[in-house]
Design a protein around this ligand. Structure first.
Ligand SMILES: [Cu+2]
Length: 106
C-alpha cells in the first residue's frame, strides 16, 4: 500500500513537470506606439502576451499563413496569442502601421 502511494506521487510529479516545460509565455509591451522588442523567437505552442501600456487603443494582427487579429485592445489591458504553428510572422498594429514585430516560431 505504501509503495502504491509513492508510485502515484512520482507519476504525478512527472506529469506536472512535463506540463510546465511544454509551453512558455513571452511578454511584449506596446509603449509610445512601439513594440518594446523588434524580434522574438519562440517555440511552437508558446504564447505571447501583448500588453498595451499606452493610453490609446491598439489592434494587433498578422496576415499571411497563421493569420490572426486580436481586435481592438484598450489601454492597460493584455491579450495573449498562442503560436501553434512554426514559421515567421509579421505582427502589425492596424491603427499604427509603423508598429512592427517579427515573431519566429521554431
Ligand atoms: Cu497601435
Amino acid at each position: 500500500m505504501k509503495l502504491n502511494i509513492i508510485t502515484f506521487a512520482a507519476t504525478a510529479l512527472l506529469i506536472a513537470s512535463g506540463t510546465v516545460a511544454s509551453a512558455a509565455e513571452v511578454v511584449v509591451t506596446q509603449k509610445a506606439k512601439k513594440f518594446d522588442q523588434k524580434k522574438v523567437t519562440i517555440n511552437k505552442g508558446d504564447s505571447i502576451k501583448f500588453v498595451n501600456a499606452d493610453s490609446i487603443t491598439h489592434n494587433i494582427h498578422s496576415r499571411g499563413a497563421g493569420k490572426f487579429d486580436l481586435g481592438a485592445q484598450k489601454p492597460n489591458t493584455a491579450m495573449t496569442h498562442v503560436f501553434a504553428a512554426d514559421g515567421t510572422f509579421k505582427i502589425r498594429c492596424a491603427i499604427h502601421p509603423k508598429m512592427k514585430l517579427k515573431v519566429t516560431v521554431k
